[in-house]
Design a protein around this ligand. Structure first.
Ligand code: IMP
Length: 179
């Protein structure tokens, strides 16, 4: 694959450590005893694994699955395919996402988790592409803002490939159409 590194492994590691500290301090100030961390499948799995190991408060971890894109463009329709089968009532929930692109997925997920009577629902995303926003989302904890590139690696995929790459790289446009 022809690729250009956008964020190196070392760069990501440093930022994930900072985010872990920032999140722990935020919930300590709120006197939270624990956190429910919900990863958005599949792209968040590597980020979530690294992030939770930086937390200084205990957490319960589960995953939600929303319908995914086909290829590199969004159809605009988002459905929840797996809802975490745990009680969220009165608890502090942190949604962990790999990337917020149009914002459609996160808006749908936020509506859904608020309706499950959590005490609080916050959003942590490793990446955000501001130029692609269709739905404004409040991102409480953000790793990096990036330009409008289709990126893979560190959990992010193109048709389920490249998730295992250690760096985040820009996919060669010849390998995927981005619209
Ligand atoms: P949104 O609903 O448009 O915000 O899209 C969020 C989802 O689109 C993410 O969870 C990813 O699965 C996928 N996505 C958007 N941009 C990229 C990208 O650059 N690389 C890989 N996946 C992406």
């Amino acid at each position: 694959m022809n690729s250009k590194v956008l964020l190196s492994e070392a760069n990501i590691k440093k930022r994930v450590e900072e985010l872990g500290k920032q999140i722990s301090e935020h919930y300590k100030k709120r006197n939270a005893k624990e956190l429910v961390v919900i990863g958005v499948l599949k792209g968040s799995f590597i980020f979530l694994a690294d992030l939770v190991r930086q937390f200084s408060l205990p957490c319960e971890i589960d995953f939600v699955e929303a319908s995914s894109y086909v290829g590199t463009s969004s159809s605009g329709e988002v459905a929840i395919k797996r809802d975490p089968p745990i009680s969220l009532e009165g608890r502090d929930v942190l949604l962990v996402e790999d990337i917020i692109d149009t914002g459609l997925t996160m808006v749908k997920l936020l509506d859904h988790f608020k309706s499950r009577n959590a005490q609080s629902v916050a959003v942590c995303s490793l990446l955000f592409k501001p130029s692609r926003t269709k739905e404004k989302v409040r991102i409480d904890f953000l790793g990096f803002k990036i330009d409008d590139h289709f990126v893979v690696g560190y959990g992010l995929d193109f048709n389920d490939r490249y998730r295992e790459l250690k760096d985040i790289v820009i996919l060669d446009p010849k390998e995927g159409e981005h619209s």
